[in-house]
Design a protein around this ligand. Structure first.
Ligand SMILES: [Zn+2]
Length: 125
C-alpha cells in the first residue's frame, strides 16, 4: 500500500519551491495553467550596445530552456497531486502496474515504474 499522505506532503513542498523559482523568471499563462511564459524582466533593456544585446539573447535562450525544464516538473507534480485526489496515485501510466516505492521516494512525481522509465518523457501532459 502506498503512503499517499507522505508523498502528498513532499509534492506540495516541491510545488511551492518550483512555483517560487518559476515566478522569478516567468509568469503563469492566464489562458493555460500548464504553461509558463519566460519574462524579460531583469535582463536589462535600455542599453543598445550590440555585444550586450548578444549577451541578453543568450541569457534569454537560457531562461527559456530553464522555464521549459521547470514547467515539465511543475506539471508532473500537479498531475501527481491530482492523481492522489483521484485515488490513482502511484500507478504506472504505461503498463498500469504499481510504481516501486523507492522510485517514488526518489521522485514522488514519477509517472512510470522503473521498467518504463525511458518512456516517461514521451507521455503527454
Ligand atoms: Zn510500467
Amino acid at each position: 500500500m502506498i503512503d499517499t499522505q507522505k508523498y502528498k506532503t513532499q509534492l506540495e513542498e516541491l510545488l511551492a519551491e518550483l512555483t517560487a523559482d518559476l515566478t522569478e523568471i516567468g509568469i503563469h499563462d492566464p489562458k493555460n495553467t500548464e504553461n509558463w511564459i519566460e519574462t524579460t524582466k531583469d535582463l536589462g533593456t535600455s542599453n543598445a550596445d550590440p555585444l550586450d544585446v548578444a549577451d541578453r539573447t543568450e541569457e534569454w535562450d537560457e531562461r527559456k530552456a530553464t522555464v521549459a525544464v521547470l514547467e515539465t516538473r511543475y506539471n508532473n507534480i500537479t498531475h501527481a497531486l491530482a492523481n492522489i485526489e483521484a485515488g490513482t496515485y502511484g500507478v504506472c501510466e504505461i503498463g498500469g502496474e504499481e510504481i516501486e516505492t523507492d522510485r517514488l521516494d526518489a521522485n514522488p512525481a514519477a509517472r512510470t515504474c522503473k521498467a518504463h522509465i525511458e518512456e516517461e518523457a514521451n507521455l503527454p501532459n
